[in-house]
Design a protein around this ligand. Structure first.
Ligand code: FAD
Length: 365
């Protein structure tokens, strides 16, 4: 007989939000995860008293008041504002591209001077119909911003030359003519005080959880104990890869404890030259204004994905989008399974979006 109303496969944000909503409505839930911890990719590991973002730096931001209130009902958020720095061949620039950046590049002091400089550089190139990412970016911001702050970073991220990448990857390149280093435009932004694990613990409070359990290893059993399944793992794996394997981009994180209180003075420093093999260095303590004696830094190396690596970013090219469409058609026909989250929907989702999506799907409970 059925022990649970819902079996939730995956304890990432999607699974946790769904489980919390179901639990609130009196449903009996079991959450399982194949990893040794809960939280999915927002999980943090405590090193030297610092919350280390184990699966990549996570900064919460949203324009949606309801979602902001929702997360703050589990844990209070701090006032962290993402203001990354770019290091190009040893020189530092503010990001996103704004008046500080333009002053650092050209010494221009007014918005009119900055605009004139960019317009002049764009005009000189005379690109009318951009054929690839390089031409697209050049036609939007001119040669200096592109060469120093975009080209190398993008090539490392994608593992390909900018001239071999499609133009559509970059639709807009926001340039700001104010001295404003706040990366995000959203109204609300911050990091949970005490770390993301507090958010996860709050969501799962009172709910039964089992880690180090892979759904596929005991599929028949798990299907037999619950009325409905919420699946947040890889959709192609759920269907035995019958239409092929969906592709991803991956990352390798190399984390180091440094015997100094402050290594780089900022949470995020991007390395925008082509030669430095990593794209950025994260100094985790700065997300929470940490005052610990030591510091922990992580270098991020973009990678081609294979089965041995974490699938981080979906590759939304024509082949993979078509393959996903076939899997989705199967998923849409399922009566008792809800597919949700970044792996099951093969979609890059920010945290606020995944919460929004889970809350929406939970309305059917
Ligand atoms: P996940 O967190 O991946 O959870 C899925 C869970 O399912 C995992 O724990 C996995 O172990 C488990 N699972 C999978 N298959 C099985 C199985 N067969 N059996 C049992 N368990 C299984 N968002 C922001 O808003 N701001 C940021 O700054 C930001 N930075 C990011 C940086 C990086 C490098 C990455 C990759 C993402 C970033 N995101 C950011 C996005 C954010 O990570 C996601 O929106 C969110 O974590 C997705 O939650 P999820 O539940 O869909 O997936």
């Amino acid at each position: 007989d059925l022990k649970y109303d819902y079996l939730i496969v995956g304890s990432g944000l999607f699974g946790c939000v769904f489980a919390h909503e179901a639990y609130k409505k009196g449903k009996k839930c079991l959450v399982i995860d194949k990893r040794s911890h809960i939280g999915g990719n927002i999980y943090c590991e405590n090193v030297e008293g610092i919350n280390v973002h184990k699966y990549g730096a996570h900064i919460f931001h949203t324009n949606d008041r309801e979602i902001w209130d929702y997360v703050n009902s589990f844990v209070e958020f701090n006032r962290f504002t993402n203001a990354p720095i770019a290091n190009y061949n040893g020189k530092l620039y503010n990001l996103p591209f704004n008046m500080n950046t333009f002053y650092q590049l050209w010494g221009v002091k007014t918005p009119d001077e900055a605009k004139a400089k960019i317009d002049e550089q764009i005009k000189d190139l005379n690109i009318t119909n951009p054929q690839n990412l390089e031409e697209q970016a050049l036609s939007l911001v001119g040669v200096d911003v592109y060469e120093k702050l975009i080209k190398g970073y993008t090539e490392k991220q994608w593992g390909r030359k900018a001239t071999e990448l499609p133009a559509f990857i970059i639709k807009r390149l926001p340039v700001r003519f104010t001295f404003d280093n706040n990366y995000f435009k959203d109204k609300y932004q911050g990091i949970p005080i005490g770390g993301y694990n507090k958010l996860i613990d709050g969501l799962l409070d009172g709910i039964e959880v089992k880690t180090e359990v892979d759904f596929f290893k005991e599929k028949a059993y798990f299907e037999s104990i619950a009325d409905k399944i919420v699946f947040t793992g890889k959709i192609d794996e759920y269907y035995n890869f019958q239409f092929g394997k969906l592709a991803y981009r991956s990352l390798e994180f190399k984390t180091e404890v440094k015997d100094t209180a402050n290594y780089q003075g900022n949470a995020v420093v991007n390395y925008t030259d082509r030669e430095t093999p990593f794209t950025r260095i994260i100094e985790h303590k700065h997300f929470e204004f940490g005052t610990q004696e030591k510091t922990v830094i992580t270098r991020e190396y973009p990678q081609e994905w294979d089965e041995s690596k974490e699938p981080y970013y979906p590759v939304n090219d024509a082949i993979n989008s078509e393959m996903f469409r076939k899997y989705k058609a199967l998923a849409d026909n399922e009566k008792d399974i809800i597919f949700g989250g970044r792996l099951a929907e093969y979609k890059y989702y920010d945290m606020h979006q995944v919460i929004g999506s889970a809350l929406k799907k939970a309305k059917s409970i």
